[in-house]
Ligand binder design. Sequence first.
Ligand code: ATP
Ligand code: MG
Length: 171
Amino acid sequence: MTELPVPALSLVALIGISGSGKSTFAGRHFAPSQVLSSDGFRAMVADDENDQSASAAAFDALHYVAGKRLAGGRLTVVDATNVQDHARTNLVALARAHDVLPVAIVLDLPEDEAWARTQRRPDRTFDRPVLARQSRDLRRTLKKLSREGFRTVHVLRGHEEIEAATIRLQP
Ligand code: ATP
Ligand code: MG
């Protein structure tokens, strides 16, 4: 078991390609009300969690709610791939605006394993090149997280490390 220290008042960005287990991880380690997922907000604004054309509106709404939570001093977890620079930049800015610490938890599962899981899911229909692009973005992401302003960066490499991780909230 590996305890990952996380400040009790922080904005936690889960980072990982589709199928890496972000939503599963969030469900295991955080209360449902603490987790804001891009899928959930796409469904909220467009009735379809896979509707990529709804992403802009979904993230607007997600950031708005995250801001309200952080203003109230509540730990907030963002369950989205967060492999694109602008996604993380927005989260760091949001954390700073509310004077809370931005935390990154990376789920770095090999692309083949994520793809195998994805193919077993009826709710995911994207093609392999989409996942390959996410993987490339993730590799770049890993090199620059600290520079981007994430004060705590936890990288879980592979299934075993992801399974063994627990969260320890720090006052
Ligand atoms: P997406 O970005 O598409 O939302 P995700 O990163 O949230 O993906 P999950 O939905 O958590 O990924 O997991 C993808 C699939 O892998 C699911 O079918 C889930 O049941 C399975 N899975 C997740 N975590 C584990 C795990 N630790 N062990 C085995 N299977 C897992
Ligand atoms: Mg998910």
